[in-house]
Design a protein around this ligand. Sequence first.
Ligand code: NAP
Length: 351
Amino acid sequence: MSLEIIENGNPFGAHRVLEPAGVLPQPAQKVNNDLSRIWDNELLIDVQFLNIDSASFTQIKGEVGADDEAIKARILEIVGERGKMHNPVTGSGGMLIGTVAAVGEKLKEKCPLKVGDRIVSLVSLSLTPLCIEEILEVKKDTDQVKVKAKAVLFENSLYAKLPEDMPETLALAVLDVCGAPAQTARLVKQGETCVIIGAGGKSGILCAWEAKRRAGVTGRVIGVEYSDAGVESLSSLGICDDVIKLDATDALSCYEAISQLTDGKLADVIINCVNIQNTELGSIMMCKDKGVVYFFSMATSFTKAALGAEGIGKDVDMIIGNGYTAGHAEVALNVVRQSEDIRKMYEKLYV
Ligand code: NAP
């Protein structure tokens, strides 16, 4: 079947928005996922893997249970309703691995990709038109879903060619959270104390490694983990100066523990990498006045963070975890290139 091509697509993908009119694809309620035709400034992708964002996958498991068929059905339902994998509760998406199936005529000059190239998207699935033919497998331990599907990327969408020096599912896992270590590199300065919450998770480990590099020997990186297993595996990597077990939803315990560890000084930078709700105040209370709290977690509530900080009279800068930071893909991939221990751990988990 030949592919129909339409002219004059919007660079940000606004031409795919069905409702409400006038918004861009990410906040849209529904996008057009008819991929039998593409606009001349789109890339058509044959998709093999989705990496569902951790907050979204955790929410779906909580809603429908851990049964594979129920998870598949919920994913299909969301994509059916919205034309994209845009979790209506968390608002988040994830990313995909696929093969370039067509390059729109208008993109051919400026886009280095050609048909057959393997890529990973670096824009969220929450804005990417997606049409799933079949879900072949749900990998519950890694939030990855093997699919037979098609998607399109827009003229301004970010992507990376899959690196040749690591397995694809490892690259997908690392690139899913690549904004976090790159932001950590920017925020943590030599000699500072940095707390990473959820430091044993996928983004947390990358952040902890990067934070230690930046804080140096005079600085201190404190990793917070929730489970005994998480504490043990994070400790085994030796990338944090301290690893402590805390429930980040218990704000007072978080405050007391970090206060005790730092002789009441608290931390300069807090990096929140959890996948659950209600950790805003715990994060804020661990931070010293004029410090920085970086919320990478998609389960963060702006309202809870803003009003929570006000409620306890805390003067901290709070940063929303932008998924994009210049050079983010390379920073994250370099962590697994440079740390053999992290690479081994990630290969066990994600390959
Ligand atoms: P992950 O691998 O699932 O890690 C989550 C971590 O949070 C785990 O170490 C987990 O510990 C810990 N945790 C869970 N409950 C906790 C609690 N009550 N107290 C302390 N720690 C707790 O997740 P990820 O893939 O790194 O993603 C982290 C967050 O980033 C998610 O919210 C995800 O949606 C978000 N994200 C944001 C962007 C962005 O652009 N801003 C992009 C991608 C992902 P246990 O394993 O011990 O339970």
